[in-house]
Design a protein around this ligand. Structure first.
Ligand code: URA
Length: 289
């Protein structure tokens, strides 16, 4: 292969979202023996049968997702019918059913891990569920994991997350606080990293929104913070964060404050003064309730 062909092959991989090196040496997967997934796993992909396995942690923190087999049909009679049934399913209706059926955060995390319709799961290393205290007074909803979050399985641990931690500390809130009054709980609309951190598509938001909404109603915080446009689009059905920020709204009866996303603040430091005003409004609200 000549230099130009190698660069073109690399460009093609970047376009597909293959942006992280997973191992020291490349693996030629065309030479690996084909492994057929167990049929039982395929039966469970419809999302409505089989036992729900327990996630590793029960305190609402993120953990690694169980990897699913690639979408190739298993051998044996009946498999094509299963594949057809899955592609004919309504991803949003399935998400609503699965999310509503989850009676607690552990079940919600398991329901997401079993949800087959979002293609992002296949490119992500981890399902990033949540971090912080589930009994915190303040819940923070972001957009989606980035590279650091995908690697570590926790939301808001990269540069934007570090800025967010500093902002919260300025009003005496922490994800690892000893008491719920001083704690935050963090999650995202999307639990899987979009390739190259692209914006989530409207379809992806629509199918993952029922899980995010259920997440909010299970945590039942005193205040919900929506970080940026995607969180506002999912929870309020509205975009335009410059206008929305600082204006209290309601989600499932919970006082909700849209704020600039910390990634935006990293790119636009002059906007931090608005974030500070919003944090003071949050503090006043917590003090009064
Ligand atoms: N941005 C988000 O919206 N969420 C994260 O978890 C990290 C960055």
């Amino acid at each position: 292969m000549d230099y130009a062909a190698m660069v073109a092959a690399l460009d093609w991989q970047l376009e597909l979202g293959a942006v992280d090196a997973l191992a020291e040496a490349p693996v030629d997967r065309t030479q690996l023996p084909e492994k057929q997934p167990p049929v039982e796993d395929w039966l469970r992909q419809g999302g409505d049968s089989g036992p729900v396995s327990q996630p590793a942690q029960s305190n609402g923190q993120g953990h690694g997702q169980r990897k699913r087999p690639a979408a190739t049909a298993p051998a044996g009679a009946g498999a094509p019918a299963l594949v057809a049934a899955e592609s004919a399913a309504d991803p949003v209706a399935d998400a609503q059913r699965a999310a509503e059926a989850a009676g607690d955060l552990t079940a919600l995390q398991a329901a997401l891990a079993d949800y087959p319709h979002c293609g992002l799961r296949h490119g992500a290393r981890n399902l990033v569920f949540a971090d912080g205290r589930a009994d915190a007074r303040v819940m923070i909803l972001g957009e989606a994991p980035g590279a650091d979050e995908d690697r570590l399985g926790k939301p808001f641990v990269g540069r934007a997350g570090q800025l967010l931690d500093k902002m919260l500390e300025a009003v005496a809130l922490r994800r690892d606080a000893d008491a719920p009054e001083a704690a935050v709980y963090l999650t995202n609309v999307l639990p899987w990293r979009p390739p190259q951190n692209r914006d989530p598509s409207p379809d992806e938001i629509a199918m993952l929104k029922p899980f995010a909404a259920r997440h909010v109603s299970l945590v039942k915080p005193d205040v919900l913070l929506l970080m940026g446009n995607i969180a506002c689009q999912a929870m309020l059905g509205r975009k335009g964060i410059t206008r929305l920020r600082g204006n209290w709204a309601e989600v499932h009866g919970i006082p909700t404050l849209p704020m600039f996303h910390p990634s935006y603040l990293l790119r636009n430091p002059a906007m931090k003064r608005h974030a500070w005003a919003d944090l003071l409004a949050l503090k006043a609200r917590l003090g009064s309730g």
